[in-house]
Design a protein around this ligand. Structure first.
Ligand code: GTP
Ligand code: SPV
Ligand code: MN
Length: 591
């Protein structure tokens, strides 16, 4: 398959360590993939779903201890501690290799070692990067085949070039021995004892964010946890926005939104370029250009329905792998909470137990059939609103960068930063309630700068500094905003309708980018005049509601400023520019 000496040496090295019975190179052909699907069905790794209703679709259930990313067991390894720590878990490079080589020894005995050549970005594009993932998991192979471009064409594009080394084994799925280790200085990822999503599809968070953010810092570009969408106005002009929200905070939903009826009637359209990751470079025109390096969506299933996100739902109607959702035995399809109001009555839950939609716990609450972090892996080309620029080698030019978190109070519906450095500050102070996308307590507010807390492959202060440095190179800067779709009323209900109606806020954002609309200056930045958020066609939202969503509570923000200072204090190498921004914020609040 290849004559790349470094690649052959890498394979030999790990063949000796892992000791597999058999080696299979993934060539990317449909014939080979179909054989692997059949084998996986025979081995009960996946279940073939109803071919008429869900052609080419499969269901997979993970073990119960392996349902999300494990941040506590995810490490950035480097020679010097401070180059990775303090936000990341750190391990010294040699120590980590010793530990992992011990765990990986002979781990593939009796198993097949699959070698997946994959490209992040269109094959052969000068901005794309290539990885090789060694794995013993067919589930990983089949998911990587959807999420990335794989196979022989990737090896051809690689030639004698360099690649990111990835080694994965599900081993015994022992959570005590689960490690997701990154070696940015060695271009290497090692993952063991998991078989779930972000822990094992090494092209995604491990490479496209953690390793790539490190490469980007050294090479002068950025790898960000951002969706990319295009908004086409009635004149047919398309403007692009990239938005960073933490895991399970609405990227997939925003990336594919369906405009509200009053916008559709006028001719507005939304095009999805990416739903999770953006690689961003400075173009020759001095603007920022963004590429989605992925080839599919690994989306949150619960809550996805024909009303909230029809484009996502339609993306899952063929050639999709579902993980940890409900198996409807009546018609051999899938279901999850929030899909519709007709849960199946004869089904198997994500744990593999008999389940029906009427089951209640001791407190009378419905027992969930799908795991809250259950997911679909769907090809991007399935998406009805996939952008014509999805494969564009240079990506799309950004008019705006949007940050956002899940905050019940404090953060207003939207505000605009004053300039680039202030925008970097706004990103750096992001906070959000934790979700089921990572193992741990859900609903706790934590700082999640740029939605990258779990994904920066080096020191967080250095990462902030990289943002500031990038600003100096971008002569034609996108404007930077912050949004919050998740403010709640006193009963805990979301005030803002969200989903498709978020376009109403994006419209204001684009108007600000054009400088075609005024805004109100506040201590934290520019907020809209309530009348400038279009509420036509909304039932329960009036201009007063918007007024309420835009309030900036001084006391809360003074507390927030304290929280920010505390957070900065936990970091090292925070640029002075950001401390200056914090001082300005406090001064503004105390005015
Ligand atoms: P990752 O794939 O983990 O990175 O998540 P994501 O950021 O793509 O989040 P996703 O779009 O899958 O949404 C996660 C959850 O947030 C789902 O349960 C959605 O229903 C919910 N959600 C998304 N957008 C909105 C919104 O505008 N308002 C409200 N209230 N909920 C939303
Ligand atoms: C996230 O958690 O941000 C995801 C899912 O997109 S995972 O691939 O598991 O990281
Ligand atoms: Mn994500």
């Amino acid at each position: 398959m290849t004559t790349n000496k470094k690649l052959l040496a890498f394979i030999e090295e790990y063949k000796a360590l892992l000791n597999p019975d058999k080696i299979v190179w993934i060539d990317g052909s449909e014939v080979q993939l179909e054989e692997l699907r059949k084998q996986a069905v025979d081995e009960k790794i996946i279940i073939k779903l109803n071919e008429d209703l869900l052609p080419g679709c499969y269901l997979h259930r993970t073990t119960q201890n392996d349902v999300a990313r494990v941040e506590g067991r995810t490490f950035i390894c480097s020679k010097n501690k401070e180059d990775s720590a303090p936000i990341n878990n750190w391990m010294e490079t040699t120590e980590a290799f010793t530990l992992l080589n011990g765990l990986f020894k002979d781990v593939m005995k009796g198993r097949t070692m699959y070698i997946i050549p994959y490209s992040m970005g269109a094959v052969g594009s000068k901005f794309s990067k290539i990885g090789i993932e060694i794995t013993d998991s067919i589930y990983v192979v089949l998911n990587m085949a959807i999420m990335t471009r794989i196979g022989k064409s990737v090896l051809d594009a690689l030639g004698d070039g360099d690649f990111v080394k990835g080694v994965h084994s599900y081993a015994d799925l022992d959570e005590e021995k689960r490690y997701i280790c990154h070696f940015p200085e060695e271009n290497t990822i090692m993952s063991i004892n998991s078989n779930y999503g972000g822990n094992v599809l090494l092209g995604k968070k491990c490479f496209a964010l953690r390793i790539a953010s490190y490469l980007g810092k050294n090479e002068g570009w950025m790898a960000e946890h951002m969706l990319i969408l295009g908004i086409e106005n009635p004149k047919g002009e398309v403007k692009y926005i990239a938005a960073a929200f933490p895991s399970a905070c609405g990227k997939t939903n925003l990336a594919m939104l369906i405009p509200p009826e009053i916008y559709r009637e006028k001719g507005y359209k939304v095009w999805c370029v990416g739903d999770d990751i953006a690689w961003i470079r400075v173009g020759e025109d001095g603007r920022l250009w963004a590429v989605n390096p992925e080839n599919g969506f690994f989306g949150v299933a619960p809550g996805t329905n024909l009303k909230s996100n029809p484009n996502a739902l339609l993306s899952t109607k063929k050639n999709t792998i579902f993980t940890n959702v409900v198996h409807n035995l009546d018609n051999n399809t899938v279901w999850w909470e929030g899909m519709d109001k007709n849960p199946p009555m004869n089904a198997i839950d994500w744990k593999g137990n008999p389940w029906n939609g009427e089951m209640k716990d001791a407190d009378g609450r419905a027992i969930k059939g799908a795991h809250p972090n259950s997911r679909f892996t769907a090809p991007a080309i399935n998406c009805p609103c996939i952008s014509s620029e999805f494969e564009a080698p240079n990506g799309v030019p950004l008019s705006a960068i949007v940050f956002g978190g899940r905050r019940a109070k404090t953060a207003p519906l939207v505000y605009q930063s004053k300039d680039w450095n202030n925008g970097v500050f706004v990103g750096s102070i992001m906070a959000s309630e934790t979700t089921a996308a990572a193992v741990g307590q859900v609903g706790v507010v934590r700082r999640d700068p740029m939605a990258m807390r779990p994904f920066v492959g080096y020191n967080m202060g250095d990462y902030f500094n990289h943002w500031i440095e990038m600003g100096k190179k971008v002569t034609n800067k996108p404007k930077i905003f912050n949004v919050n779709w998740f403010r709640t009323d006193d009963n805990g209900n979301f005030i803002w309708p969200g989903f498709g109606d978020n376009l109403r806020v994006l419209e204001w954002i684009l108007a600000r980018c054009d400088e075609s609309i005024d805004a109100k200056e506040t201590a934290i930045g520019f907020v809209p005049f309530a009348k400038d958020i279009n509420v036509n066609g909304l039932e329960d939202v009036t201009t007063e509601t918007i007024e309420d969503l835009l309030t900036i509570d001084k006391e809360m923000w003074l507390k927030e400023a304290e929280g920010i200072e505390e957070f900065y204090g936990e970091l090292t190498r925070v640029p002075t520019e950001l401390y200056n921004q914090l001082k300005t914020l406090k001064d503004n609040l105390n005015k």
